[in-house]
Design a protein around this ligand. Structure first.
Ligand code: WTA
Length: 657
C-alpha cells in the first residue's frame, strides 16, 4: 500500500461500533466514557470503590493511595486473597458450572475445567505446595507451556501468598537459571515436554541444566504432559516430585485447611515477579502486588473486553508474558469469563488452526497480536474464509503498534466488518491496559491505539517534560500513579528509579515514543530506548550484546532493530571478532546457537553481520543510530561525530545474509 493511502487511512478513516453492539455494551457512548474518565481522575477513590465491588475484600482499605515518588501504595490497609475473587466467589453463582478454561492441546486433545473444577484443582495444588514447604513470602518459579496447569500453579501460589515468577517456556536453561537465582525461588514447577509446532520442547531437561546452578531450589514439581515417552525425564531423588504424586498423597490437615480457607494478605503483599528486558544486560524483575494489580486487571477486562456470561473469550498470548498474566489468568477469571486456552502454534498443522478453534468452540472475543495478524495476511485469506467465524463479536490487539493495513484486514476478513477492534497499549510495568477505545463507546482509528483508560493520566512530552502540541511526536509519559503499576524492581529500588523516573522529573517514562492527535487519540510509535519489539517479544539490545560478547570468538557486538513487515522489528547484530578469529558461515551459525542457549530461540538475530570495527564517537560510544540506518539500508545521516570514517565503508559492505 502506498504511503499516501496509508496516511489517508491514518488520518481519516474511523470505525464506529454498530448501534446494536453499543446498546448491549457496558459503556454505551463516548459521553458515558468521558464522564467515567473524568470521575476516575477527579474522584479516584469513589471511582475505584464503585468499580471494585466484585473484588472479595476481607477488609476494606483505609487510604486509597499513598504516593511517595516513585513508590506508590494503593488500597492501603485492605486485606484480600486474590484467588477468592478469581475462584471462590464464582462458586455461589451460575459461574460455578461455567467453563473457566476450555483448553485445546496442539495435538487436538481438549479439556474443560469449570470454575468448580478449577477451584478444586487450585485448592489441591496449593495444599500440595504447602506440604512441600511453600509459605507466604516465598518465591516459586514456573516454567511451563500453555497448559491449564500454568494457571493452576499461578493461582495456587497466589492462594498461599507466595510470589510466582513465570519464565516463558521459550527461554533457555541459562535464562531460567538467572531468573531463578535473581528471585531466589524455593520451588520450580515445570513439565516433561511441551508441544510446539509438532515437535516437543523438553522443558524438564532444560530445567535440569538450570538446576545445576540454582542453590535456592529445594523442590521441583514436574507435570507429565507427554504419555508417549517423547520427553524422557530423569527425576532427581529427594528433590523432584511428579505433579500427580504430589496430589495423590493426602495433604496434611493443616495444609488442606490453609488451601481451603486461605489467608488474606495485605494489599501491598507481593503477587508476582515477571522479568522483562531493559536497557542493560540484566533482565528487570518487575514486581506487582496484590490489590492494585487485581483491581487493574479486573476493571480493564470488564470494560475493554466487555465480557458477558455468553462469551467465550480467547487471549492467544503465552502465560509467560504479562498479557498471559493479566488477560489469560487474573483479569478474565476475576470477571468469571469462560476462557479459551490453546497450547500450540497458530500454524499447526496449518494456517487454519486459529479459525478452526474459533469455529469449533464458538469463540466470541479474540485478543491477539499484530505479528500474528500479519503472518495470517501473508498466509492468505483462504484460511479464515474456510471457517465460520460468525461467533466472533469483538477483536483485540496487543503487543506492538498495529499497522493500518493489518487493522483493516483484521476488521474485514476476520471480523467481517461487524466486530469492533480494541487496540490495547500497555506494558509489563503498567500491569493492565492504559490506552484503548472502549468497544461500545468510541470509534476506532486504524493504527491509533486510542484513548486513556480510567484513571490514566497520560501525555506526550518533550525531554523537559513540557507537553507537545497535538500531532507532534514526543515521549509517552504517565503523570500520576495508577493501581496496577509495578511497585519496584525486585530488590533493586535504585534501578526502578533510574529506569522509569529519572529521565523526566516527576513522571513515569514508558520508553515509548508517541503522538496524540487533535481528537485526543494516541498513536504509539514504538520503543525509543534500547529495547526492541521483535514479533511482540520485548528484547533488550544490551541482553543480546552481552550474550554475544560471552562467546569466545567475539570482541564486541551491537544489536539494533530494523523495520520488518512481519515481525514489526527484526533483530540485526554487528559483530567484531577477536584477532585470529575468521568470519565464516559456520561462525555465524555458532553465534545463532549461542543466543539460543543464552537467551532462547525467540531471540535469534535475523541477521548477523561481521564488521572490522563498530562506528564510535570520539568518546567511544557505539553509534547505534548509524548502525540502525545501515541495517535498514537508509544510512545517510550525520557522521560528523564518527571517529573513523573508514569504518562506515566496511560496514556498508558487510555481508547482509
Ligand atoms: C509495545 C506487552 C503499540 C510498547 C503488553 C510497549 C504496543 C511494549 C502496544 C511493552 C500497542 C504494547 N501499540 N505498542 N497496542 N502494546 N506495545 O512489556 O512498545 O511485553 O512499551 O507488554 O510493547 O511490552 P511488554
Amino acid at each position: 500500500m502506498s504511503e499516501t493511502i496509508v496516511s489517508r487511512l491514518k488520518e481519516h478513516r474511523t470505525f464506529a461500533p454498530s448501534a446494536e453492539f453499543s446498546a448491549a455494551a457496558r459503556v454505551t457512548s463516548h459521553e458515558a466514557y468521558a464522564a467515567l474518565y473524568a470521575q476516575s481522575l477527579e474522584a479516584p477513590e469513589e471511582f475505584w470503590r464503585q468499580q471494585t465491588t466484585d473484588i472479595v475484600w476481607r477488609k476494606t482499605w483505609d487510604t486509597f493511595c499513598e504516593w511517595n515518588l516513585p513508590h506508590a501504595k494503593f488500597f492501603v490497609g485492605a486485606k484480600l486473597n486474590v484467588t477468592e475473587t478469581c475462584l471462590d466467589r464464582h462458586l455461589t453463582t451460575s459461574a460455578r458450572t461455567r467453563a473457566a478454561i476450555v483448553w485445546e492441546g496442539e495435538p487436538g486433545d481438549v479439556r474443560t475445567l469449570t470454575y468448580f473444577e478449577l477451584h478444586r484443582e487450585v485448592v489441591r495444588f496449593a495444599a500440595a505446595l504447602a506440604d512441600l514447604g511453600v509459605v507466604a513470602g516465598d518465591r516459586v518459579a514456573i516454567y511451563l507451556g500453555m497448559i491449564p496447569e500454568a494457571a493452576i500453579a499461578m493461582l495456587a501460589c497466589a492462594r498461599l501468598g507466595a510470589a510466582h515468577s513465570v519464565v516463558f517456556g521459550g527461554f533457555s536453561a541459562e535464562a531460567l537459571r538467572d531468573r531463578i537465582n535473581d528471585c531466589q525461588a524455593k520451588v520450580l514447577i515445570t513439565q516433561d515436554g511441551a508441544y510446539r509446532r509438532g515437535s516437543v520442547v523438553p522443558l524438564k531437561q532444560m530445567a535440569d541444566k538450570a538446576l545445576l546452578e540454582t542453590p535456592s531450589i529445594e523442590k521441583v514439581i514436574v507435570h507429565r504432559r507427554m504419555d508417549d515417552g517423547r520427553a524422557p525425564v530423569t527425576m532427581h531423588e529427594g528433590r523432584d516430585v511428579w505433579w500427580s504424586d504430589a496430589l495423590s498423597r493426602p495433604a496434611s490437615e493443616q495444609s488442606m485447611g490453609l488451601a481451603r480457607r486461605p489467608d488474606a494478605f495485605d494489599a501491598e503483599h507481593p503477587l508476582f515477579i515477571l522479568y522483562t528486558s531493559g536497557s542493560t544486560g540484566k533482565p528487570k524483575g518487575v514486581l506487582h502486588t496484590t490489590a492494585g494489580y487485581l483491581a487493574g486487571a479486573h476493571v480493564t477486562t470488564k470494560y475493554i473486553f466487555d465480557v458477558k456470561d455468553s462469551d467465550l473469550y480467547w487471549c492467544t498470548a503465552d502465560v509467560g508474558w504479562v498479557t498471559g498474566h493479566s488477560y489469560i489468568v487474573y483479569g478474565p477469571l476475576s470477571v468469571g469469563a469462560a476462557c479459551m486456552m490453546y497450547e500450540g502454534a497458530p500454524n499447526f498443522p496449518d494456517w487454519s488452526r486459529f479459525w478452526s478453534i474459533i469455529e469449533r468452540h464458538g469463540v466470541s472475543i479474540l485478543y491477539t497480536a499484530p505479528t500474528a495478524i500479519r503472518a495470517f495476511i501473508r498466509a492468505g485469506d483462504e484460511w479464515p474464509n474456510k471457517h465460520d467465524l460468525s461467533s466472533l463479536r469483538l477483536l483485540g490487539s496487543v503487543g506492538e503498534p498495529i499497522n493500518p493495513e493489518a487493522w483493516v484486514w483484521y476488521h474485514t476478513v476476520v471480523g467481517k466488518g461487524r466486530c469492533p477492534i480494541v487496540d490495547t497499549w500497555w506494558q509489563t510495568e503498567t500491569g493492565s491496559v492504559m490506552l484503548t477505545t472502549l468497544p461500545g463507546a468510541s470509534y476506532s482509528k486504524p493504527g491509533a491505539t486510542g484513548l486513556p483508560f480510567f484513571g490514566v493520566e497520560i501525555e506526550v512530552v518533550k525531554d523537559d517534560g513540557a507537553k507537545v502540541a497535538a500531532g507532534d511526536g514526543g515521549k509517552l509519559v504517565i503523570k500520576r500513579p495508577w493501581p496496577s503499576m509495578a511497585r519496584t524492581l525486585f530488590r533493586d529500588d535504585e534501578r526502578y528509579k533510574q529506569a522509569y523516573w529519572s529521565q523526566i522529573p516527576g513522571v513515569y517514562f514508558t520508553g515509548d515514543g508517541a503522538r496524540c492527535d487533535s481528537d485526543g487519540y494516541f498513536w504509539v510509535v514504538g520503543r525509543i530506548d534500547d529495547v526492541l519489539n521483535v514479533a511482540g517479544h520485548r528484547i533488550g539490545t544490551a541482553e543480546i550484546e552481552s550474550a554475544l560478547a560471552s562467546h569466545p570468538s567475539v570482541a564486541e557486538a551491537a544489536a539494533v532493530g530494523k523495520p520488518d513487515e512481519l515481525k514489526g522489528q527484526a533483530l540485526v547484530v554487528f559483530v567484531t571478532l577477536k584477532s585470529g578469529q575468521v568470519a565464516s558461515k559456520a561462525l555465524k551459525d555458532a553465534l545463532a546457537v549461542h543466543i539460543d542457549k543464552e537467551i532462547g530461540k525467540f531471540a535469534r538475530p535475523d541477521q548477523i553481520r561481521f564488521a572490522d570495527a563498530l562506528p564510535k564517537t570520539r568518546s567511544g560510544k557505539i553509534m547505534r543510530r548509524l548502525l540502525k540506518e545501515i541495517a535498514s539500508g537508509t544510512a545517510q545521516g550525520d557522521t560528523s561525530t564518527l571517529e573513523d570514517l573508514g569504518v562506515l565503508a566496511s560496514l556498508r559492505a558487510s555481508d547482509e545474509d
